[in-house]
Design a protein around this ligand. Structure first.
Ligand code: IPE
Ligand code: IPE
Ligand code: MG
Length: 253
């Protein structure tokens, strides 16, 4: 058990990403339906949001539903979408009380319109809050996010076909495409890259989460299934992060 008092408050991660995995296995072990696992997982998400907020972590990205999760049964997908909608409606007071801002990353295009509306409303309702910013990664895929970002960048360069075909235009624009401009065209360019990415439930893969932004994140893997996660597990992950030496390619100092 790691208490929050064990953490060095002067070097907390600014942005934590969590791949909340293991809801299905949690339910299976308890001989319950997978949907029950998602219900418990949501309760855990609220606990972890509160813990991160109490620690004054500025940004928390939660991987809620990936671009690949549409492969699941219609029943499971429908249940998760319903849960998200219900949560955003029911918990606005919780977000208001804690001055938490809700944001979204992912493709709104592929989401049911009522979910998009709920995300927008929650985002607008909490826009002015200066506390923790919770980014819900919903219909999110790291590759898809890069594709959408590159499309935005290209759209911003669009001119007439004649100009676009000219050698000068092509040369100028090819040279103007760089990492910073791609980054600026991703979903939330104002949010700093994650310092710490956590994955629960004993899987050691990224599953298409924050591919661009996570280039220099520290990774923390936990065997504990997401519904069993507690605030102390978050503190343990942050404590482990605080032991890491980040070099960003600069070599050992
Ligand atoms: C994570 O739990 C939640 C989502 C991906 C929506 P899973 O549903 O993937 O749980 P496992 O991996 O099957 O145990
Ligand atoms: C990643 O978990 C997606 C979310 C947690 C939302 P998955 O359970 O979908 O990942 P894989 O299939 O094990 O890679
Ligand atoms: Mg899983």
């Amino acid at each position: 058990m790691t208490p929050s008092a064990a953490l060095d408050r002067s070097c907390l991660p600014r942005h934590i990403g969590i791949i909340m995995d293991g809801n299905g296995r949690w339910a299976q072990r308890k001989k319950q339906l997978r949907t029950q696992g998602h219900l418990e997982g949501l309760k855990t998400a609220k606990k972890i949001v509160k813990a991160a907020s109490d620690l004054h972590i500025p940004f928390l990205t939660l991987y809620v539903f990936s671009t690949e999760n549409w492969k699941r049964t219609a029943e499971e997908v429908g249940f998760i979408m319903g849960l998200v909608k219900q949560h955003l409606k029911a918990e606005l007071d919780f977000y208001r009380e804690n001055r938490i801002r809700i944001r979204h990353t992912g493709d709104p295009g592929g989401l049911p319109p009522d979910i998009v509306r709920e995300l927008q409303e929650a985002g607008e309702d909490t826009r002015s809050f200066d506390g923790l910013q919770v980014v819900l990664a919903l219909n999110y895929g790291g590759r898809d996010a890069i594709v959408r970002g590159v499309r935005r960048l290209l759209a911003s360069l669009m001119v007439s076909p004649e100009t676009a075909g000219s050698a000068g235009f092509i040369e100028n624009n090819l040279n103007s495409i760089n990492e910073a401009r791609i980054r600026q065209n991703l979903d939330n360019p104002d949010i700093p890259d994650p310092d710490l990415i956590i994955r629960t439930a004993g899987e050691y893969r990224i599953s298409n989460f924050l591919l661009w932004e996570g280039a220099y994140a520290e990774y923390y893997f936990s065997d504990i299934l997401w519904p069993d996660w507690t605030a102390e597990d978050l503190y343990a992950a942050i404590a482990a992060y605080q032991q890491r030496e980040r070099r960003f390619g600069g070599g050992k100092p």
